[in-house]
Design a protein around this ligand. Structure first.
Ligand SMILES: [Cu+2]
Length: 242
Protein backbone atom coordinates (compact mmCIF):
# COMPACT_ATOMS: atom_id res chain seq x y z
CA UNK A 1 0.00 0.00 0.00
CA UNK A 2 2.79 2.48 0.83
CA UNK A 3 4.45 2.05 -2.60
CA UNK A 4 1.23 2.69 -4.46
CA UNK A 5 0.93 6.17 -2.96
CA UNK A 6 3.97 7.31 -4.98
CA UNK A 7 2.02 7.09 -8.20
CA UNK A 8 -0.25 10.04 -8.67
CA UNK A 9 -3.98 9.45 -8.91
CA UNK A 10 -3.83 10.90 -12.43
CA UNK A 11 -1.30 8.37 -13.78
CA UNK A 12 -3.12 5.53 -12.10
CA UNK A 13 -6.34 6.72 -13.69
CA UNK A 14 -4.63 6.79 -17.08
CA UNK A 15 -3.43 3.23 -16.68
CA UNK A 16 -6.88 2.07 -15.66
CA UNK A 17 -8.41 3.93 -18.58
CA UNK A 18 -6.04 2.10 -20.93
CA UNK A 19 -7.00 -1.22 -19.38
CA UNK A 20 -10.65 -0.33 -19.66
CA UNK A 21 -10.33 0.64 -23.31
CA UNK A 22 -8.47 -2.53 -24.25
CA UNK A 23 -11.10 -4.58 -22.41
CA UNK A 24 -13.73 -2.65 -24.34
CA UNK A 25 -12.20 -3.90 -27.60
CA UNK A 26 -12.18 -7.56 -26.50
CA UNK A 27 -15.92 -8.25 -26.90
CA UNK A 28 -15.88 -6.36 -30.20
CA UNK A 29 -13.11 -8.64 -31.45
CA UNK A 30 -14.99 -11.70 -30.21
CA UNK A 31 -18.21 -10.55 -31.85
CA UNK A 32 -16.37 -9.91 -35.12
CA UNK A 33 -14.88 -13.40 -35.05
CA UNK A 34 -18.28 -14.94 -34.36
CA UNK A 35 -20.02 -13.03 -37.13
CA UNK A 36 -17.26 -13.64 -39.69
CA UNK A 37 -18.85 -16.95 -40.58
CA UNK A 38 -20.47 -17.18 -43.93
CA UNK A 39 -24.08 -18.33 -43.81
CA UNK A 40 -26.12 -20.55 -46.08
CA UNK A 41 -28.41 -18.32 -48.12
CA UNK A 42 -30.19 -20.69 -50.47
CA UNK A 43 -30.17 -24.21 -51.80
CA UNK A 44 -31.42 -25.92 -54.93
CA UNK A 45 -33.75 -27.67 -54.42
CA UNK A 46 -34.86 -25.38 -51.61
CA UNK A 47 -34.99 -26.79 -48.10
CA UNK A 48 -38.32 -28.54 -47.43
CA UNK A 49 -39.45 -27.92 -51.01
CA UNK A 50 -41.35 -30.40 -53.17
CA UNK A 51 -39.94 -31.29 -56.59
CA UNK A 52 -41.22 -33.69 -59.24
CA UNK A 53 -38.23 -36.03 -59.08
CA UNK A 54 -34.62 -36.12 -57.92
CA UNK A 55 -32.78 -33.48 -60.01
CA UNK A 56 -29.43 -33.86 -61.78
CA UNK A 57 -27.65 -31.73 -59.20
CA UNK A 58 -27.99 -29.97 -55.88
CA UNK A 59 -26.32 -26.67 -55.06
CA UNK A 60 -25.79 -24.53 -51.99
CA UNK A 61 -25.12 -20.80 -52.09
CA UNK A 62 -23.58 -19.00 -49.11
CA UNK A 63 -23.22 -15.36 -48.14
CA UNK A 64 -19.47 -15.30 -48.79
CA UNK A 65 -16.94 -17.12 -50.91
CA UNK A 66 -16.10 -20.67 -49.92
CA UNK A 67 -12.65 -22.21 -49.78
CA UNK A 68 -12.49 -24.66 -52.70
CA UNK A 69 -11.03 -28.13 -52.06
CA UNK A 70 -7.24 -28.19 -52.38
CA UNK A 71 -7.75 -31.32 -54.46
CA UNK A 72 -10.95 -33.00 -55.68
CA UNK A 73 -12.37 -35.20 -52.96
CA UNK A 74 -10.06 -33.97 -50.19
CA UNK A 75 -13.09 -34.07 -47.87
CA UNK A 76 -13.27 -30.37 -47.05
CA UNK A 77 -16.33 -30.09 -49.29
CA UNK A 78 -18.76 -32.99 -49.27
CA UNK A 79 -22.37 -33.12 -50.37
CA UNK A 80 -24.23 -36.42 -49.98
CA UNK A 81 -27.83 -37.04 -50.99
CA UNK A 82 -29.75 -39.93 -49.44
CA UNK A 83 -33.27 -41.20 -50.05
CA UNK A 84 -35.79 -42.11 -47.36
CA UNK A 85 -34.57 -45.71 -47.13
CA UNK A 86 -31.44 -44.34 -45.46
CA UNK A 87 -32.81 -44.19 -41.94
CA UNK A 88 -29.69 -42.76 -40.31
CA UNK A 89 -29.09 -39.94 -42.80
CA UNK A 90 -30.62 -37.45 -40.36
CA UNK A 91 -28.18 -38.58 -37.66
CA UNK A 92 -25.07 -37.69 -39.67
CA UNK A 93 -25.06 -34.18 -38.25
CA UNK A 94 -26.75 -34.67 -34.88
CA UNK A 95 -24.87 -37.82 -33.89
CA UNK A 96 -22.41 -38.90 -36.61
CA UNK A 97 -20.87 -41.56 -34.40
CA UNK A 98 -24.19 -43.43 -34.23
CA UNK A 99 -25.21 -42.96 -37.85
CA UNK A 100 -24.84 -46.11 -39.92
CA UNK A 101 -25.14 -45.24 -43.59
CA UNK A 102 -23.05 -48.05 -44.98
CA UNK A 103 -26.05 -49.54 -46.79
CA UNK A 104 -27.32 -46.18 -47.97
CA UNK A 105 -27.08 -45.08 -51.55
CA UNK A 106 -25.48 -41.66 -51.99
CA UNK A 107 -26.81 -40.18 -55.22
CA UNK A 108 -23.78 -37.88 -55.51
CA UNK A 109 -22.00 -38.43 -58.80
CA UNK A 110 -18.37 -37.32 -58.76
CA UNK A 111 -16.71 -34.65 -56.67
CA UNK A 112 -18.48 -31.45 -55.60
CA UNK A 113 -17.51 -28.26 -57.40
CA UNK A 114 -16.92 -25.04 -55.46
CA UNK A 115 -17.16 -21.76 -57.34
CA UNK A 116 -17.22 -18.52 -55.39
CA UNK A 117 -20.16 -18.65 -52.98
CA UNK A 118 -21.66 -21.82 -54.47
CA UNK A 119 -20.99 -25.52 -53.99
CA UNK A 120 -22.58 -27.83 -56.56
CA UNK A 121 -22.86 -31.59 -56.51
CA UNK A 122 -23.87 -33.54 -59.63
CA UNK A 123 -26.26 -36.43 -58.98
CA UNK A 124 -26.99 -39.75 -60.62
CA UNK A 125 -30.79 -39.91 -60.22
CA UNK A 126 -31.20 -43.26 -61.99
CA UNK A 127 -33.53 -45.45 -59.98
CA UNK A 128 -34.23 -42.72 -57.44
CA UNK A 129 -37.57 -43.31 -55.68
CA UNK A 130 -40.25 -40.80 -54.78
CA UNK A 131 -40.14 -39.56 -51.21
CA UNK A 132 -37.97 -37.50 -48.94
CA UNK A 133 -34.32 -36.80 -49.69
CA UNK A 134 -31.73 -35.68 -47.18
CA UNK A 135 -28.82 -33.54 -48.31
CA UNK A 136 -25.90 -33.70 -45.90
CA UNK A 137 -23.26 -31.11 -46.65
CA UNK A 138 -19.89 -29.99 -45.43
CA UNK A 139 -18.05 -26.91 -46.67
CA UNK A 140 -15.01 -24.84 -45.76
CA UNK A 141 -15.76 -21.15 -45.36
CA UNK A 142 -13.48 -18.43 -46.64
CA UNK A 143 -12.20 -17.84 -43.08
CA UNK A 144 -11.05 -21.45 -42.84
CA UNK A 145 -13.87 -22.65 -40.58
CA UNK A 146 -15.72 -25.81 -41.54
CA UNK A 147 -19.47 -26.18 -41.31
CA UNK A 148 -21.69 -29.20 -41.74
CA UNK A 149 -25.47 -29.35 -41.83
CA UNK A 150 -28.32 -31.03 -43.63
CA UNK A 151 -31.62 -30.18 -45.25
CA UNK A 152 -34.40 -32.18 -46.83
CA UNK A 153 -36.69 -31.94 -49.83
CA UNK A 154 -39.31 -34.23 -51.29
CA UNK A 155 -39.69 -35.80 -54.73
CA UNK A 156 -43.28 -36.59 -55.71
CA UNK A 157 -42.29 -39.09 -58.42
CA UNK A 158 -39.69 -41.77 -58.87
CA UNK A 159 -37.00 -41.26 -61.47
CA UNK A 160 -38.36 -42.31 -64.88
CA UNK A 161 -36.08 -43.65 -67.62
CA UNK A 162 -36.19 -41.89 -70.94
CA UNK A 163 -36.85 -45.19 -72.76
CA UNK A 164 -40.25 -46.92 -72.55
CA UNK A 165 -40.47 -49.39 -69.67
CA UNK A 166 -42.35 -51.99 -71.76
CA UNK A 167 -39.18 -54.03 -72.35
CA UNK A 168 -38.66 -54.68 -68.66
CA UNK A 169 -42.34 -55.53 -68.16
CA UNK A 170 -42.15 -58.41 -70.65
CA UNK A 171 -38.83 -59.65 -69.34
CA UNK A 172 -39.10 -62.56 -66.94
CA UNK A 173 -37.94 -61.66 -63.41
CA UNK A 174 -35.98 -64.91 -63.23
CA UNK A 175 -33.56 -63.85 -65.98
CA UNK A 176 -30.05 -64.31 -64.64
CA UNK A 177 -28.37 -61.27 -66.18
CA UNK A 178 -30.71 -58.47 -67.06
CA UNK A 179 -29.14 -55.15 -68.09
CA UNK A 180 -30.43 -53.64 -64.88
CA UNK A 181 -28.63 -56.20 -62.74
CA UNK A 182 -25.31 -55.77 -64.49
CA UNK A 183 -25.56 -52.06 -63.91
CA UNK A 184 -26.07 -52.50 -60.17
CA UNK A 185 -22.47 -52.87 -58.87
CA UNK A 186 -21.52 -49.38 -59.97
CA UNK A 187 -24.13 -47.93 -57.67
CA UNK A 188 -21.98 -47.80 -54.57
CA UNK A 189 -19.33 -45.12 -54.98
CA UNK A 190 -16.82 -44.67 -52.19
CA UNK A 191 -18.40 -41.31 -51.42
CA UNK A 192 -21.36 -43.19 -49.93
CA UNK A 193 -19.56 -43.98 -46.73
CA UNK A 194 -17.15 -41.07 -46.51
CA UNK A 195 -19.42 -39.03 -44.25
CA UNK A 196 -20.11 -41.83 -41.82
CA UNK A 197 -16.70 -43.46 -41.80
CA UNK A 198 -14.73 -40.38 -41.02
CA UNK A 199 -16.83 -38.10 -38.88
CA UNK A 200 -14.46 -35.19 -38.53
CA UNK A 201 -14.36 -33.02 -35.42
CA UNK A 202 -15.22 -30.04 -37.61
CA UNK A 203 -18.74 -31.37 -37.89
CA UNK A 204 -19.65 -30.29 -34.37
CA UNK A 205 -17.23 -27.38 -34.18
CA UNK A 206 -19.25 -24.51 -35.70
CA UNK A 207 -22.00 -24.53 -33.07
CA UNK A 208 -19.40 -24.71 -30.32
CA UNK A 209 -17.59 -21.84 -31.99
CA UNK A 210 -20.71 -19.72 -32.05
CA UNK A 211 -21.80 -20.43 -28.48
CA UNK A 212 -18.26 -19.97 -27.19
CA UNK A 213 -18.14 -16.62 -28.98
CA UNK A 214 -21.38 -15.53 -27.34
CA UNK A 215 -20.16 -16.59 -23.90
CA UNK A 216 -16.87 -14.76 -24.44
CA UNK A 217 -18.73 -11.66 -25.57
CA UNK A 218 -21.03 -11.73 -22.52
CA UNK A 219 -18.17 -12.30 -20.08
CA UNK A 220 -16.10 -9.59 -21.75
CA UNK A 221 -19.07 -7.24 -21.65
CA UNK A 222 -19.50 -7.79 -17.92
CA UNK A 223 -15.77 -7.25 -17.36
CA UNK A 224 -15.89 -4.02 -19.37
CA UNK A 225 -18.86 -2.71 -17.39
CA UNK A 226 -17.05 -3.51 -14.14
CA UNK A 227 -13.87 -1.80 -15.39
CA UNK A 228 -15.76 1.28 -16.52
CA UNK A 229 -17.44 1.50 -13.14
CA UNK A 230 -14.05 1.11 -11.47
CA UNK A 231 -12.46 3.81 -13.64
CA UNK A 232 -15.31 6.23 -13.01
CA UNK A 233 -15.13 5.56 -9.29
CA UNK A 234 -11.34 6.11 -9.29
CA UNK A 235 -11.65 9.34 -11.24
CA UNK A 236 -14.27 10.63 -8.83
CA UNK A 237 -12.19 9.56 -5.87
CA UNK A 238 -8.93 11.08 -7.24
CA UNK A 239 -10.68 14.38 -7.87
CA UNK A 240 -12.01 14.40 -4.33
CA UNK A 241 -8.53 13.57 -3.01
CA UNK A 242 -6.76 16.38 -4.93
CU1 LIG B 1 -15.69 -18.68 -39.19
Amino acid sequence: MTDRTHSTPRSRTAVLLAIGLSALLAPLAAATAASAHSTLEETSPASESVVSELPDEVSLTFSDDLTPPASPGDGTTDIAVFDATCEDAGLLIADPGRADTRDCRDYADGAPVVSGRTATQALDPEGAPAGEYTVVWRVLYGDGHADSQLFTFEATSAWAPAATPSASETAAPSETTSPAESAQPSETPSATTSLSESPTPEAAAPEEDASAGIVIAIVAGVVVLALIALVVWLIVRSRRAS
